[in-house]
Design a protein around this ligand. Structure first.
Ligand SMILES: [Zn+2]
Length: 280
């Protein structure tokens, strides 16, 4: 099965969209069918909750989906995150697609335990705002003693799991194509190059030398904002850290497809690095 064939399995017959109806209803419509499907019939996925918090508008929870093939003791653990900016739905949908794709072809995830956090900022998603309802851009609050429950829950997860790699999905309304931030271990760029090449089946790359105010080379930026969702400062060994960005104005199904292609490619190449690199 090629990576492109996988997309046929990834895209559901009734694709969730940003509907103008009751936002809380659309949140349920998005996640509950996926959780039900995983609970009832998945071979390798488990659907879980990271935790709950209470707001004036009721209780919110953060979903987590865990991939591990039965009978396997994976050596590599990766965290994959989407929806920290509530007005960037493509990554949220893409992680739902990714779960379905690996469900259809679990061999693609061999050797991995994957922790997928498809919706990190549910209040922002409901409100269609970048910030959480309490007012913060959560992606500037990490490792600074934040009291925001979303950040506190994720920091606890990250400290406990010590991921080998971190992948975050975002969308940008100022870019001209798909691009990525490479941080952490120096191999990160070598994971990104083939991933970006695979993405070009769905979307063009942003090849400008400056994107979002940062210097960029062939769609890759090596610097980043402070306080973003990342490995704990000073992690040793150093994990790879990738932020993928789709152009918001591209058709949604192409953004979703591009994310799935990039994720599958990163997993394939990192497995090879681990197999042949040994000392990474
Ligand atoms: Zn974003």
């Amino acid at each position: 099965m090629t990576a492109l064939d996988l997309l046929d399995h990834a895209l559901p017959a009734t694709a969730p969209t940003f509907s103008p109806e009751n936002p809380r209803q659309s949140l349920r419509k998005l996640l509950l069918p996926l959780f039900r499907r995983v609970a009832e019939s998945s071979y390798a996925w488990r659907a879980e909750s990271v935790g709950y918090w209470n707001t004036e508008d009721g209780r919110y929870w953060m979903p987590r989906l865990v991939f591990k093939r039965p009978g396997e003791t994976p050596e590599i653990k990766i965290g994959i995150f989407a929806g920290i900016h509530g007005d960037e739905p493509a990554g949220v949908f893409a992680l739902c697609d990714f779960v379905r794709a690996l469900d259809a072809s679990p061999v693609r995830g061999r050797g991995y335990e994957l922790h997928v956090y498809p919706l990190v900022n549910p209040t922002g998603y409901e409100d269609r705002t970048r910030h959480a309802r309490a007012g913060k851009d959560l992606n500037r609050e990490f490792w600074r003693g934040s009291l925001d429950p979303e950040v506190a829950l994720l920091e606890k997860e990250i400290l406990r799991e010590q991921y080998h790699g971190y992948i975050s999905l975002h969308s940008d309304d100022t870019c001209e194509g798909f691009y990525a931030f490479a941080r952490g271990h120096t191999l990160t760029e070598h994971l990104l190059r083939p991933a970006l090449a695979a993405v070009e089946a769905a979307l063009p790359l942003d090849r400008r030398s400056e994107i979002d105010g940062f210097h960029a080379e062939e769609g890759i930026i090596h610097t980043a904002y402070d306080g973003i969702l990342s490995a704990p400062p000073g992690s040793n060994p150093q994990p790879f850290e990738v932020v993928l960005e789709t152009p918001t104005h591209a058709p949604l199904h192409l953004q979703r497809g591009a994310f799935v292609l990039a994720l599958v490619e990163i997993l394939t190449h990192y497995r090879r690095f681990i197999a042949y690199g040994g000392d990474l």
